[in-house]
Design a protein around this ligand. Structure first.
Ligand SMILES: [Zn+2]
Length: 453
């Protein structure tokens, strides 16, 4: 199968069974095909008006549903190689004993293959955009892989200039500052804006105040970039933050001026009334990662309360060693189910969750004018999903569509994936990677990496 790309005047047509638009009216369209010109959705064509000869390529997907590509607002590409090697530990032990030593042992080859494995897994599951936390060294490797793979996203080197948990895994403040200036200069808005830079202090316990503040300053030179960090994930972590700063985590961030609408905080499991007010006032974005919060025993974030208070919440799988996979379907399903015993069965219905994983994710990253819903003028980041499998609803009513996606689908239901008007997965076949090859290379690089610890 050849790579097909809707560029240079090429015009494609996708004819799906139906379209779940995620637009402001939550429209579900039937009998409509989507025309794509130069990577963008150029028009909706009713099936009666289709002139197939007009198009360079026609994808007749009459049994499949077209949805916007999913957006994950917190992942760790560098950690995918470590899946299964860090189970059954709480956050700080997990970092000290496993994840920091593993990440510290990365070289360029191991980092490249973990990025490839991650991008492959995300695409196979219908995720077309992500916000990655990066790792301490070789920040260019992940960003280059994002450029060449065709996926959309933000990444940047992970910033660590203090590390009591694992002192070998850090850099100096000045080195960190020099590195991010160079990386942002090289990669922000590369690949026609498909790849953007995110400034990524790891978390409050691994960064000096100078580094946190200086990073926010540097960010002003790169409009459209994101400030991405972890906050208020586990009780042990917030106790340590209190001891060090005599403040709650988010109060500390607020006091040094790093909270605004371009800041994404992963987790926020444990927050006070005062902190929630700060999140709301600053319009700071939360990335909710329910699998990781459960697996590390961190707790259940008060998501219904955040939404009620008007705070932006979106979804991410976090890292493979605390999940243990990168499926948005697991996160959507869990995000809803874990709240129901606490807040009642009405909270976080499937449609709300679906929007969190699509258009709300785009809003959190300020790319909602480009992606996140299926509307004329937007970039063609699209997923064809089979909602008529043996494990989906047997009803054809619109009422079951969101439930089918959120509660009864898995990554296996995803059939084809397009980013920026280019098919990257077609008929569950990757047009980006030879999957057998990257899995085998992953095994080789992992065994070499473990010997470097
Ligand atoms: Zn994380």
């Amino acid at each position: 199968m050849s790579k097909s790309k809707s560029k240079n005047g090429e015009i494609f047509l996708i004819i799906p069974k139906q379209i779940v638009t995620a637009d402001s009216k939550n429209r579900i369209l039937k009998g409509i095909a989507v025309e794509i010109t130069d990577g963008k959705i150029s028009s909706f064509v009713s099936k009666e008006e289709i002139q197939k000869e007009k198009y360079d390529d026609v994808y007749d997907a009459k049994n499949l549903t077209l949805i916007p590509g999913f957006i994950q607002t917190h992942v760790h590409l560098s950690q995918t190689l470590f899946r299964g090697l860090a189970d059954d530990l709480p956050l700080l032990e997990w970092l000290r004993l496993k994840i920091f030593p593993f990440e510290n042992a990365h070289n360029e080859n191991s980092l490249r293959v973990t990025a490839q494995l991650s991008i492959n897994e995300l695409l196979m599951g219908g995720t077309t955009t992500f916000l990655d936390m990066g790792t301490l060294r070789y920040g260019d490797v992940v960003l280059s892989e994002m450029v060449s793979s065709g996926i959309r996203g933000f990444s940047g080197k992970c910033l660590i200039d203090l590390n009591d948990l694992y002192p070998d895994f850090k850099s100096t403040t000045q080195e960190e500052i020099n590195d991010i200036k160079n990386l942002a200069q090289s990669f922000h808005n590369s690949a026609d804006g498909r790849v953007r830079y995110s400034f990524s202090p790891r978390f409050v316990l691994s960064c000096s105040e100078e580094l946190l503040k200086e990073t926010k300053e540097i960010m002003k030179d790169y409009p459209g970039s994101i400030y991405h960090t972890h906050s208020s994930e586990s009780v042990d972590e917030i106790n340590e933050v209190r001891k060090r700063f005599h403040k709650e985590n988010i109060e500390y961030f607020n006091s040094i001026g790093v909270l605004d609408d371009h800041t994404v905080l992963a987790h926020c499991v444990h927050t006070s009334d005062n902190e929630r007010k700060m999140l709301k006032d600053r319009n700071t974005r939360i990335s909710h990662c329910p699998s990781a919060n459960l697996k590390l025993g961190s707790g259940i974030a008060p998501i219904p309360q955040y939404l009620k208070e008007g705070i932006s919440v979106t979804l991410g799988a976090d890292g493979a060693p605390c999940n243990n996979n990168l499926s948005i379907f697991n996160e959507m399903r869990l995000a809803s189910l874990i709240q129901k015993p606490i807040h009642g069965t009405k909270v976080l219905d499937a449609q709300t969750i679906f929007r969190m994983a699509t258009i709300e994710g785009a809003k959190a990253l300020h790319i909602h004018d480009e992606v996140g819903s299926i509307e004329v003028g937007k970039k063609a980041d699209l997923v064809l999903i089979d909602l008529d499998s043996y494990s989906n609803s047997y009803s054809d009513s619109d009422e079951t569509i969101y439930s089918d996606i959120v509660f009864s689908s898995t990554t296996e239901n995803v059939k084809s994936v397009m980013v920026d008007g280019r098919w990257l997965i077609k008929g569950r076949e990757s047009l980006v990677y030879d999957q057998k090859e990257i899995i085998s290379k992953g095994g080789e690089e992992l065994s070499k990496l473990l010997k470097r610890i």
